[in-house]
Design a binder for this molecule. Structure first.
Ligand SMILES: [Zn+2]
Ligand SMILES: [Zn+2]
Length: 275
């Protein structure tokens, strides 16, 4: 069993998932391919890509978190929204990696010892040139356009990729069934639900694909999650052991209901609930 597992989403889109539950999307056009996220970077993701395409590759990060940008050093050039550029600072990435690692140790008790056995190989080849993308940026891949939607919240520079042709939004970590909104610069839950309702007004899309997991959500999940956020109370939440400085992280959970996930939850701080 390899560390990466590749899923075919449609004839020209693949999801390359790490054993640690995060994945990268590969969009193929007639002339070029777009890689959205580089993962944790513990193993060589380029080998998985080479099996799928030999087209010229454009590489981007949906946001700067270390489980999405950790493999940037395997590439010569990456695109990211400017608001998340500070996160590419090597010292910040390193601190995030150890934080994520502590979290992953509990969630993946078998894989982490294996990674340690392989000495946590970080495949560093380049110091990539960083290019910025703004809201509305279009990646032209030849017969296929992938458009960038800036959707701050999970991080200031989080972006969503819109694929009109397949009526799919690739939402990164910006929308999912286990949203993290406990960071220093996270918006209030109220503010985020308002932003989600705006996003839900987009026309022409039917489904969502997230970065963590293979679940496909119907487009109405955006509105559902906005409603869900309004039901969060501190009383109905539990305190988690996620290390977050002086600001404890709470988790509010509801059953997955009609969506094919066991539960729907949000991780937040007192500040993000009251703000
Ligand atoms: Zn993230
Ligand atoms: Zn993530």
């Amino acid at each position: 069993m390899g560390y990466f597992k590749t899923y075919r989403i449609d004839g020209a889109t693949y999801y390359i998932m790490e054993a640690l539950g995060v994945g990268a999307y590969l969009f193929l056009g007639e002339d070029r391919a777009l890689l959205s996220d580089t993962g944790n970077g513990y193993m060589d993701i380029r080998k998985s890509i080479a099996k799928l395409t030999d087209k010229r590759l454009i590489v981007m990060n949906t946001h700067g978190h270390a489980d999405h940008a950790g493999g940037n050093a395997q590439f010569q050039e990456i695109y990211i929204h400017p608001a998340d550029m500070p996160m590419l600072d090597p010292a910040w990435q390193k601190s995030q990696t150890s934080l994520l690692f502590g979290y992953a140790k509990k969630a993946y008790p078998i894989i982490i010892p294996l990674l340690l056995f392989f000495k946590l190989q970080k495949f560093k080849k380049y110091t990539p040139a960083v290019k910025t993308i703004a809201d509305g940026h279009k990646f032209e891949l030849g017969g296929r356009t992938i458009e960038v939607i800036h959707f701050p919240g999970h991080s200031p520079g989080s972006v969503i990729l819109a694929d009109k042709r397949t009526k799919t939004l690739y939402v990164g970590d910006a929308v999912n069934h286990g949203l993290f909104l406990f960071f220093e610069n996270s918006p209030s839950l109220k503010g985020y639900q308002a932003a989600l309702r705006e996003l839900a007004k987009l026309k022409g899309y039917e489904k969502l694909r997230v970065s963590h997991g293979t679940t496909e959500f119907p487009f109405d999940f955006i509105e559902y999650y906005a409603d869900f956020l309004m039901r969060v109370t501190l009383e109905k939440s539990v305190l988690t052991d996620i290390p977050n400085g002086a600001r404890p992280v709470f988790k509010y959970t509801e059953p997955g209901g009609k969506y094919s996930v066991p539960e729907i939850c949000v991780h937040f701080t007192r500040e993000s609930l009251e703000g």
